[in-house]
Each structure stands twice: as C-alpha cells, then as structure tokens.
Design a protein. Structure first.
Lengths: 118, 118
DNA sequence: TGCTGATATGTAGACTGCCGATATAAAGAC
DNA sequence: GTCTTTATATCGGCAGTCTACATATCAGCA
C-alpha cells in the first residue's frame, strides 16, 4: 500500500539518497568513487557534483545509514570509506519500495487516455 | 534516447507541472478544481497546497503552456479557468516521455541484484 | 442576522536543499 | 617545477515548496 503522504521535496531528496545507498550495496566505497560509479551505472544520466554528494554522505552518516572511516593505508591520499549499515540497508529497501509505488502511481495519473503503463 | 542531462530540482518541479497539465487534458479547469482532481485521481497521494499550486499556474501561464481567463458568469465567485495550449500539450507529452525514461533508468540502477524491473 | 465552513485566489516569509565556486592537499605525469 | 587528477570539505546564491496570512463569495444553520 505504502500509505505515506507524498512530499515532492523529500522525493527528490530520496533519489539522491537511493543512488548513494544502492551503489554501496556492492561493497564499501569512498565518496569520489561513489560519484564515479553512479555516473557509470546510469550511463552518464545521474551524476553528483561534489558540493551535493559530500553533504549527503555526512547526513547519511549522522542518520546511521552509512558508516564512515578514514583509510590511511600507505600514508597517502586520505579517503573516507563508507559502508552500508543494517539500518541503511533497511532504509534502502524501504525507500526503494516507496519510490517504486509513487512512481507507478504518478505514471498512471499522468499517462494519456490511450496508453496504460505496466 | 532522451539524452537530456538529469537535474534533481527540475525533476521535482516536473512532477508538479505534469500533474497540473495532465488534469487539464480532460478539459479546462480553475485552480481549485485542479487541486481537487489531482488528489482524487491519485487516490489522495498527490495533493497541492494552494501556496504551491497558484505560483505554478502563474508560471505556466507566463510560459505559455496554459491559457487563463476569468469567468464572471453569474457575477458570483471569481474563478480563473485554465486551458491547455498547443505548446502546453506538446510540453506535457515531451516531459512525460522524459520523466518516464528517467524513472525507468533510476529503477534499473537502484534495483537489487536479484530483481529485474520491467 | 450572524456564525461557520467550504469555495476560490493570492502573497509573504521561513525553510530546505542543490549547485557553483572556492579551498586544501597529495599523487602522478611531463 | 608545474599541471592534471584524485579526494574531501564548506559557503553563498538560488529555486521552489510550505505555512500562514489576507481577501471575498456563497450555502447551511440556528
């Protein structure tokens, strides 16, 4: 059913959050890598500006959905590697289902009289 | 193809615009009626606050996508009735296709390894 | 007749969140 | 030695929604 009330702002925010969490599903990554992977996996459609991505990562970490830790291997360039937490995984699945539902309903409402979207 | 670059803000904005334009497809309506119809057609999921709707209508009218005219029939309560223009209809179809494409790609990227969305 | 609630439109200010610019810093190329 | 790429971070501007306020008509009810 997914009877949460819809919020346009939160919906747009969810998109970015889902992209981040989804790429972290196949392994821990640092921010810069997440941006590259999202762009690759979406064939260049979705791309993060770092002024957008890093604040999202900080927020997700504060909310407990991802777990960040500085890797100082080799003493070289600093990287903050993020891993999906159990809560983050649950959030990902929940939001994904919600977004899917909202999207299905949206397409139904805005679809023309002739066509019926699956 | 739809190889426009994706923009999160514009996407959220598009949703509201599409909801308005889509309800106007089955006849001219005034703002308040649009809000009611969107809520009804989406089974209460999407709903406009008037502080959101009216600015959108003004903008759409300024952009030439809808055509507003005051109806003073009966001398009673004033209503501004909006009709879809040819440009508005074209915009609706174009944005709808674009949103559909973006949504399909989004669902593909954020879908789990096990499931393949149609 | 006065009260309330639904209809109907509009604006102003607060709030939120993305985007572009700027800053810092190390690694590798040339 | 300098330039580009990798890597993270923050700040100001801007766009757009939301809450609240403002205005006005009409129907129902007591």
């Amino acid at each position: 059913m997914t009877d949460e009330n819809f919020d346009v702002q939160g919906f747009a925010r969810d998109i970015n959050v889902l992209l981040v969490l989804a790429t972290l599903r196949d392994g821990s990554k640092h921010g810069y890598q997440i941006a590259l992977d999202v762009e690759t996996e979406s064939s260049g459609l979705f791309r993060f500006r770092h002024g957008t991505l890093y604040p999202i990562l900080h927020r997700l970490e504060a909310e407990g959905f991802i777990d960040g830790s500085w890797s100082k291997e080799g003493g070289g360039r600093r990287k903050k590697v993020y891993a999906l937490t159990a809560g983050g995984r649950a959030h990902l699945e929940g939001r994904r289902a919600h977004v899917g539902e909202v999207v299905a309903r949206l397409l139904r409402v805005i679809s023309g009289p002739g066509e019926a979207p699956a």
